[in-house]
Structures are given as C-alpha cells and as structure tokens.
Design a protein around this ligand. Sequence first.
Ligand SMILES: C[S@@+](CC[C@H](N)C(=O)[O-])C[C@H]1O[C@@H](n2cnc3c(N)ncnc32)[C@H](O)[C@@H]1O
Length: 250
Amino acid sequence: MSASSGSTRHRAPTDRVVRALGDRRAVPNIAWLEALTGRPRREIERVLRECGAFVSVEQSIRAAHLRGGRRFYAQFRAPLELYALVRLTGAREIVETGVSSGVSSAHFLLGLRRNRRGRLHSIDQPMVQRSTRLAPDESVVAVPPGATSGWAVPAPLRRGWDLRIGRSERLLPRLVAELDRIDLFLHDSRHTPAHLRFELDTVRPKLRSGSIVLADNTTTTGRAFERFADRLGARVARRGRSDLVGLRVP
Ligand SMILES: C[S@@+](CC[C@H](N)C(=O)[O-])C[C@H]1O[C@@H](n2cnc3c(N)ncnc32)[C@H](O)[C@@H]1O
C-alpha cells in the first residue's frame, strides 16, 4: 500500500519535500509505518505533514549531492519514514551503521531536533572516491575527495551528532557497551549475512520492548533478519516490495 491510499491530507507537504529531494522513491509508505509502530494512520499522517517544513533542508541535501556529482539524492529510499519513526516512538537513543553522504542521518537528526531530546550515534567506514569525478567502477556511496562521512548533512543539524568513523566490527560493540538502551537501530553498512547477523546480535542486549530495528539491502543478507525476528518472536515488516525491512521488539 502506498501513501496514496486512505486519506490524502498529508500528501501536499510530503510531495513538496519529495520534489525537493528529487526522487519519487522517497514517497513515504504509511502501511509500513503502521506495521512497524502499530500507531493509527491519522497519527502517522499528522507526523508526516510536519515534513512540509523541511523543503529547504532537502534542497540543501540535494544541492550538496549535485555538487558532489550525484544525480540521485539517496542511498536510502525511506528518509521521511525515519523522521516519522523518531517522532512516533520518541526514540531517545538511535544507532545507525552506514552513513555515506548522510541522508538517513539527516532525517534521524530532524526527528530528534523536533522531539527536543535524544541522540543519534552513527558509525561509518567511508569508501573514498579516487578523483573529483565518480568513475563508472566506483560506488555512489563513496565519499568525494576532501569530504567525509555525512558530507551532505546541513551544518545546523550536526550539533550533538555522535558520528564515529571506523568499521562497525570494531566500533559497534564499544558503542553498545556505552549505551543503556537502544530505541531505534538501522543497519545500512556492509550487506552480508554474517555482518548483519553480527550487528543484530551486538545491539540485541540493549533493545527494549517497543524498540524498532531496520535493515536495508536485505536481498544480499540471506535470512539473517528473518532469523533474528524469529528469535525475538517479532513480525518482519517489509517496505512495499523493497528489501528494506524492519520489526518492533515485542
Ligand atoms: C549504503 S551506504 C549508507 C547509506 C546511508 N545510510 C544514507 O542514507 O545515505 C553504506 C555505507 O556503509 C559503509 N560501510 C561499509 N562497510 C562498513 C563497515 N564494515 N563498517 C562501517 N561502515 C561500513 C560504506 O562505506 C558506506 O558509507
């Protein structure tokens, strides 16, 4: 089900934001948010309407991508849902692995700023682009020369952002040891079954009932996410037909 079903009052603000980002894949999927949060559709739509205030932020992210030689804004297709999840759950401690230019990070940070509390902890081991132009054999997630992870995140959003540079194999266990809880976790780093398993097992002791766990690009991670959900007794919620999945800890 897409954002076009049910009430459409939230659509004008989100459509403006999606246009500013320049990628229709970012149209929010309300059914996915309903499945993840169990919240009523009208509440989800109310939160999504808030996104109308982000047009200038999204324009700034898009302009940074264009300057960095990227025609497409996103490595992450559901940025507005990340904002909505932070708003709907009031998440206090958010952890993500895989930052690249920072589309997911920026939207977590927007939600935290609106909540007026909470912290984003991000881990990224950037790949670095060889020269000013991205070569055909290089990944779009590579960081342009002279830039670092999160290079498209507007400066005013960075305040209080805990961004750690290095491999999650090394940094995630340390970070998790420092936190007393994790309310929202996004895996978007190395997409192999073993690595996803490692990250999920690492964060698991700090998840609480109601915590949300997300994983992108699961076509290359086998059944690691489904097995984790089984162990928790949680239901996997898939965003449409994509390989972006999530669960709410029972
Ligand atoms: C798909 S991109 C992340 C996209 C990002 N979430 C966004 O919204 O644009 C994956 C990122 O994870 C980084 N990465 C890959 N393996 C990693 C690892 N083992 N530890 C930490 N980061 C890693 C890549 O260099 C890249 O920056």
